[in-house]
Design a protein around this ligand. Structure first.
Ligand SMILES: *Cc1c(COP(=O)(O)O)cnc(C)c1O
Length: 289
């Protein structure tokens, strides 16, 4: 495996960054998780745009243009000869001193591209659906650390993941500060009621996921009524179907929430249909390499 760090490729054993990197010391940085399917990088332009927006928001100046970042991702896939891959693009504040002042990171950001395989959940769960639970840890408040920033500081989500695991579940529903459903630890959430799709709006505690947007894009195209609307836990409990979306997880059904069986207790018809349509979208689109 070859890993890209600041314009050079290193073997896995030698792909190292400094212990003074503020990505490690403070989680100071931004990232993207991207997938390629059949030698096409899915929604690469959208991912790079979101990375640049996250960076802009935290005043992290990335010394590469959008085109150069795209090239770095494509080169990493080519050199590793991967047809289907999960790509992790990381930009940290770079090497500084032990203080948190980012102005001390004078060498510039550390840019890393790792391309590998990833299966977030076993195949069985895609067929049978997940059991998830609402956890006590509230999603970061937008006025404190806006969830639109895909930052390296993931502790908010990790705490929720731990709480889900403690409850014997695979995923966590995180609420926003008003108590509405925000999202899961690394995935967005959708429910289906009477043939309509609902997903929380991107304000408050919900990251605007690119997989989420792809599902909304499919819904628009195929005239499935879809709404970005606040959702309560009650509305999740009484939904006909529920599923999660994210680049790593893709689209995965949910069949149990906080002990309540959702719908018939198995992946719903519209969910399965959307999984199929999403798969079709991924192999037909994207930047070729
Ligand atoms: C990345 C991420 C998602 C999913 O976004 P995609 O663009 O679909 O991968 C959802 N929630 C959080 C907190 C994330 O970090």
């Amino acid at each position: 495996m070859k890993i890209y760090i600041n314009g050079k490729f290193y073997d896995k054993e030698n792909a190292k960054v400094s212990v003074f990197d503020h990505g490690l010391l403070y989680g100071d940085g931004v990232f993207e998780g991207i997938r390629s399917y059949s030698r096409r990088v899915f929604k690469l332009s959208e991912h790079i745009d979101r990375l640049l927006e996250s960076a802009q928001s935290i005043m992290l100046k990335i010394p590469l243009t959008k085109e150069q970042l795209i090239k770095a991702v494509v080169q990493t896939l080519k050199i590793n000869k991967l047809e289907n891959a999960y790509i992790r693009l990381v930009v940290s504040r770079g090497v500084g001193d032990l203080g948190l002042d980012p102005r001390k990171c004078t060498q510039g950001p550390t840019i890393i591209v790792i391309a590998d395989k990833i299966a977030l959940y076993p195949e069985k769960l895609y067929r049978e659906g997940l059991a998830i639970v609402t956890v006590p840890t509230v999603r970061n408040l937008p006025e404190a650390l806006n969830p639109q920033i895909k930052s390296l500081n993931y502790l908010n989500n990790i705490l929720a993941k731990i709480e889900a695991a403690n409850a014997g579940c695979d995923e966590a529903i995180m609420l926003d500060s008003l108590g509405y459903v925000a999202e899961c630890t690394g995935d967005n959430i959708f429910v289906v009621k009477n043939g309509h799709l609902y997903t929380p709006p991107q304000c408050m505690g919900t990251l605007r996921g690119i997989t989420r947007d792809s599902i909304l894009e499919i819904a628009r195209r195929d005239k499935i009524p879809a709404h970005e609307h606040v959702i309560t836990r009650h509305e999740v409990y009484i939904s006909d179907e529920c599923f999660l979306t994210g680049t790593a997880a893709e689209v995965i059904p949910v069949v149990k929430v906080d002990g309540r069986v959702i719908g018939q207790g198995k992946p719903g018809k519209l969910t399965l249909n959307l999984i199929k349509k999403f798969k079709e979208l991924t192999v037909k689109n994207g930047v070729k390499y």
